[in-house]
Design a protein around this ligand. Sequence first.
Ligand code: ATP
Ligand code: PRP
Length: 297
Amino acid sequence: MDLVNHLNDRLLFAIPKKGRLYQKAIEILKGSDINFHRSQRLDIALSTNLPIALIFLPAADIPMFVGEGKCDLGITGIDQVREANIDVEALMDLKFGSCKLQVQVPANGPYTKPEELIGKTIVSSFTNLTRAYFAQLEGVPESQMSTRVKFVGGSVEASCALGIADAIVDLVESGETMRAAGLTDIATVLDTSAHLIQSKHPKGDLTLIKTIKSRIEGVLTAQRYVYCTYNAPKDRLSEILVVTPGRKAPTISNINDDGWVAVCAMIEKSKKGLVMDELKSKGATDIIVFDISNCRV
Ligand SMILES: Nc1ncnc2c1ncn2[C@@H]1O[C@H](COP(=O)(O)OP(=O)(O)OP(=O)(O)O)[C@@H](O)[C@H]1O
Ligand SMILES: O=P(O)(O)OC[C@H]1O[C@H](OP(=O)(O)OP(=O)(O)O)[C@H](O)[C@@H]1O
């Protein structure tokens, strides 16, 4: 099938084609019921249930495609958006791909503060952000800065050991790569995570964009919350409800026992242990927690 000829009447949605963001981005699409079949080695996939075409691109190229309006929506790291210095709308923090862009130096070397690197050589894949950071540190425009910034596309962490850099600016999540290369961090240039981004001048159907956004919000909410239900004695209800206020308010239903009601509320997954302990200690019984597979909020 000539896929390119099927793109005109579809909303183009840019997705990272590989790397750290790929798997989680695919999970978001699945959770949002955006079904598609991607043929091997093809970077375009037509959704089978919505007028959407998924365009698989390197994470670093997505800001440009969305910024220039070639794609209406995209998923990429906010680091890539800032590095590309392209004007797009950051619609939503997707809460994955979280890491820091950091200044790193040899752990047993002479540098302990970024100011000590002024006039030295820094290697990074994020040369624009690195230049901007050191120009600001020097207090001069980039055209006048003395710090040299060189580009390396990958394995940036090897640059100091190989003698091409005094320091690097690279992403750190667990810190394993940094420590394995004998480096330590001395400053943070940027905190980043994956975002849903939108063109400032979308060409596609605005209602569809709104629907996609609401579905993705639903996926994120379903990941963050669980559904909690329990029975509560009426005479302690007010103190028990404080524990599970719900997103809007808890649902309270009568049950076939005059002294009791059933309560349902969404609670934060990360707090469920504490919430269940507290409910029990205040007299609630039959406390059950369910995962939420999907929701709209
Ligand atoms: N260790 C990490 N932890 C979390 N997020 C990361 C990490 N490394 C990168 N990211 C995020 O993923 C984005 C893409 O990085 P990645 O290293 O996957 O790039 P890539 O060049 O597309 O893939 P590859 O490294 O496989 O060539 C980064 O811009 C950042 O937002
Ligand atoms: O702090 P950590 O958990 O070790 O993660 C940091 C590493 O992850 C990224 O690289 P990636 O592994 O994606 O490969 P790359 O160097 O080819 O980009 C990043 O560039 C760091 O090297």
